[in-house]
Design a protein around this ligand. Structure first.
Ligand SMILES: *Cc1c(COP(=O)(O)O)cnc(C)c1O
Length: 385
């Protein structure tokens, strides 16, 4: 039996939709409706072969939609595969890093990619540029580095980094890999500045998890081909087929994946990509998310018991906002009371261990609902006593 809420938030204060998670994030009703009608009745999509035209058409919609959204530069291509961004770290370690990577680490996710290249027995230990949670680490040119890697938005802390080339790195032949799992589609970017801009579908793209998507430059495609060409030779490294970027690219060009994808995820993703393009693309979505995040930061700034966690306003994420609460207020209790009232998933990243609210303000979330959330938090804090 559901227990009665500790505290009832007046209906007039509640957001129309209470999903504020940082991933999986709010899925729009229209996307869910599209699941029911995906494909015409004569050519249904769900429950049919991923090797036949209806599902291939879905993959084509995702790839062309993303090409549109990111205004794909000449020669760049969109690849996809199963396993999420975590799998892509292994793909990158296996196929893109030749000898040594440099990682900007300023939170959990950047750190996880650094541990992937640390574990790879065929790579030299990576060079790690570290910064404290709540700040941003910046990549720096180094002679012996052939891949530079940074998160675009560190979802665990709510800090975002500008995407820009490391000085002279391209002339050195190095690649820039950007983990844009929670930023792609909602933060401004010129993908021409990157070699691989990769992400998953469960954050900005409001779908389920399980896929990785990667916008790849010609240099990245060429690097993978060269590294993988040594696979199987006496001196070459072992690249499992599941982790082969070259194989993923070959399948993607045919609007396929190496193995069976979650078709429902592709439906939700295709709908969201096309919705973002129709609404006005990256300029529209980044302005909308900045409005939502700005409402949270301004609200926190106007309370003496709340403050943005990220000190530098330029580094405050416009997609995942983190707000510290005064120690006198138990954030865990606030999060629980909100959940009892249908306002969901504003807990901080578990390993960050702060007395904090973390709010996903992806484009699917209405800015008015974010303002309603702040009123709900005010109400809870005032009445918890
Ligand atoms: C969520 C997230 C990931 C992990 O994505 P999975 O699809 O669960 O592997 C990686 N990087 C960032 C920046 C994220 O936000």
């Amino acid at each position: 039996m559901p227990t009665a809420p500790t505290l009832v938030i007046p209906t007039s204060l509640l957001p129309a939709d209470g999903r504020f998670g940082s991933g999986p994030s709010k899925v729009r009703a229209a996307q869910v409706a599209a699941l029911a009608t995906a494909g015409d009745p004569a050519a249904p999509v769900l429950g049919t072969s991923h090797r036949q035209p209806p599902v291939k058409d879905l993959v084509r919609r995702v790839r062309t939609g993303l090409a549109d959204l990111f205004d794909l530069p000449d020669g760049y291509e969109v690849a996809l595969g199963n396993g999420g961004s975590s799998a892509f770290w292994e793909v990158a370690a296996a196929c893109l890093v030749e000898r040594r990577a440099q990682h900007a680490v300023f939170g959990e996710f950047g750190g996880k990619f650094a541990s992937a290249t640390t574990r790879a027995p065929f790579l030299a230990d990576p060079h790690v540029v570290q910064a404290a949670p709540g700040t941003v680490a910046h990549l720096e040119r180094a002679d012996d580095v052939d891949v530079y890697a940074t998160p675009h938005n560190e979802t665990s802390t709510g800090a975002m980094a500008p995407v820009r080339q490391v000085q002279d790195a391209r002339a050195d032949g190095a690649l820039l890999l950007v983990d844009a799992t929670s930023g792609a589609g909602a933060l401004p970017v010129d993908v021409a500045d990157t070699d691989v801009y990769y992400f998953g579908p469960q954050k900005v793209f409001a779908a389920d998890g399980g896929l990785w998507l990667a916008v790849c430059s010609p240099a990245a495609v060429e690097r993978a081909a060269r590294v993988e060409a040594t696979a199987g030779t006496a001196t070459g490294r072992w690249v499992p087929e599941f982790l082969s970027l070259t194989t993923a690219l070959a399948n993607s060009r045919l609007d396929q994946t190496l193995n069976t994808p979650a078709v429902a995820t592709l439906v939700l993703l295709a709908e969201q990509v096309e919705w973002l393009v129709t609404q006005g693309g990256l300029p529209w979505s980044s302005a909308r998310c900045a409005e939502s995040a700005g409402a949270l930061y301004d609200w926190a700034g106007a309370r003496d018991w709340a403050s943005p966690f990220v000190a530098d306003p330029d580094e405050r994420s416009t997609v995942v906002a983190t707000i510290d609460l005064d120690d006198a207020i138990d954030a865990t209790q606030v999060v629980r009371v909100l959940r009892e009232n249908g306002v969901l998933d504003v807990f901080p990243y578990r390993k960050l261990g702060r007395n904090q609210l973390r709010v996903g303000v992806f484009p699917a979330v209405e800015p008015d609902d974010v303002r309603a959330l702040t009123a709900c938090v005010d109400h809870v804090v005032e009445h918890l006593g």
